[in-house]
Design a protein around this ligand. Structure first.
Ligand code: SDX
Length: 431
């Protein structure tokens, strides 16, 4: 643990308690309250964990005020520009950028784990064709816990590494199969001669009846989307994976829990909800009505793709994504895309409106990603599955870090109980 020379004094009913303060490499100091209940007999109260550090980590740092996102110290802007997704996976999993030889070995390992057990194909056929691909992914990834028994012991470092490789490698295959199943097309097997992003696009858009050439610029844009979604410190789905794995649960089942949490529209489901909102708005002329609804306390409508628990300035990922949206639509010759025009007009209107600027509500990673994904040819239902496959490496990196921590304990929060006090059972004839 970092420097502990400082402490906080808490006084309750005349009794004072000293609580150690730790100063991290970056970010705010933290007060260690682990002994508080034992010493003072009180709990702290923080629903939604707005002021609570659930763990210590060395993987990702976010400065919400500066709009800064670092992966092992490297800024997301530099990684998006100069690196590629599998190299970022290596960085997150192993702690630093790989040598050329290490990267080649890692990529070869991932490439050779992209197929799923042939018997798992049957799981897809149990779903209705109109099942949301996220439902399919939760089910099929959870089912991996019944197939890969040589990589399910979370206490075995080598098994943890094999499970990591299998999940990073197989998620694109599972996501692509979920998409193919939903449109009634045959599954397309992964190909070892394609890189990670190109392989995913090929599995999604190729058909057995003809050759499918992956456009290298679209593939680069896809790879950049994977990189921008790779990890994001202790967000809701990562915290879900950490809490699930704190009981020693099967790693594949823990990732399935992360997928389930990511699905929500307040989290990873926002990219689908955002594009559907932009389509509903339809054109820039309708923006004032929707801005008014978003500000109306009596209207549950929110601007999807806006706001963030941590970023109280711009989301650096949204900045990169916006630039990529312009490039991809330009390449595809999608002139004057009405959705992009509406998105840019909405962003401008919101950023000029005191309600949003005072509440620090800026576009987040989900605001522009859907525009790119739709331009590439994905239906909105595939947006969150793509977020899930990108975030798998983040979930797994945080899972490995937690399991390697000798201080790890099962997560077991307490509560502020507001229910009935002790009372006796009342027989039904007396109620
Ligand atoms: C992701 O945590 C992560 O890192 C997540 C993520 C990742 O990479 O893992 O970054 C990915 O989930 C991005 C966020 C995607 N979600 C959305 O775009 C959905 C729309 N955004 C909101 O639902 C909201 O902003 C959250 C959920 C993202 C953050 O919610 P908070 O921090 O709990 O903030 P809040 O709900 O308490 O809102 C604070 C105020 C409220 O007004 P008051 O009650 O103070 O008057 O801001 C308002 C809210 O009503 N508000 C919005 C708004 N978001 C917040 N008003 C209109 N539109 C919005 N989008």
């Amino acid at each position: 643990m970092s420097d502990t020379s400082k402490s906080a004094t808490l006084t309750i009913d005349g009794e004072s308690y000293e609580l150690p303060i730790y100063t991290p490499t970056c970010g705010p100091d933290v007060i260690d309250i682990r002994k508080l209940y034992g010493q003072a007999g009180v709990f702290t109260y923080d629903p939604g964990f707005t002021s609570t550090a659930s763990c210590d980590s060395t993987i990702t740092f976010i400065d919400g005020d500066k709009g800064e996102l670092l992966h092992r110290g490297y800024p997301i802007e530099q990684l998006a520009e100069k690196s590629h997704y599998l190299e970022v996976c290596y960085l997150l999993l192993y702690g630093d950028l790989p040598s050329a030889a290490d990267l080649e070995e890692f990529e070869a390992t991932i490439t050779r784990h992209t197929m799923i057990h042939e018997q798992m194909h049957n799981f897809f056929r149990g779903f209705r064709r109109d099942a949301h691909p996220m439902a399919t992914m939760v089910g099929v990834v959870g089912a991996m816990s019944a197939f890969y028994h040589d990589s399910t012991d979370p206490n075995d470092e080598r098994q943890r590494e094999i499970a990591s490789h299998r999940l990073v490698a197989k998620m694109p295959t599972i996501a692509a199969m979920a998409y193919k199943y939903s449109i009634g097309q045959p599954f397309v097997y992964p190909r070892n001669d394609l890189d990670y992003a190109a392989n995913f696009l090929h599995m999604c858009f190729a058909v057995p009846a003809e050759e499918y050439e992956v456009d290298p610029i679209i593939s680069r844009a896809m790879d950049r989307i994977f990189t921008l979604h790779a990890d994001h410190e202790q967000n809701a789905s990562t915290s879900t994976v950490r809490l699930a794995s704190s009981s020693g649960a099967n790693p594949f089942a823990c990732i399935a829990a992360g997928i389930a949490c990511l699905w929500g529209p307040a989290h990873g489901g926002a990219n689908q909800a955002c594009l559907e909102m932009l389509k509903e708005i339809g054109s820039p002329e309708n923006i004032p009505d929707y801005i008014a609804r978003a500000k109306d306390k009596n209207d549950p409508f929110r601007l999807m793709g806006f706001g963030h628990r941590v970023y109280k300035n711009f989301d650096p990922r949204a900045t990169v994504m916006k630039k990529s949206a312009d490039e991809v639509l330009d390449l595809l010759g999608v002139e004057n895309n009405p959705i992009l025009a509406t998105a840019k007009a909405l962003e401008k209107a919101a950023l000029e409106d005191p309600y949003f600027t005072e509440k620090k509500l800026f576009p987040n990673v989900d605001f522009y990603s859907g525009i790119i994904l739709e331009a590439i040819g994905f239906p909105t239902s595939m947006f969150t599955p793509i977020f899930a496959l990108s975030r798998t490496v983040g979930w797994i990196s945080q899972w490995k870090e937690q399991l390697a921590d000798p201080q790890m304990k099962i997560g077991r929060p307490r509560q502020l109980y507001q229910g009935s006090g002790l009372r006796d059972y009342v027989d039904i004839e007396n109620r």
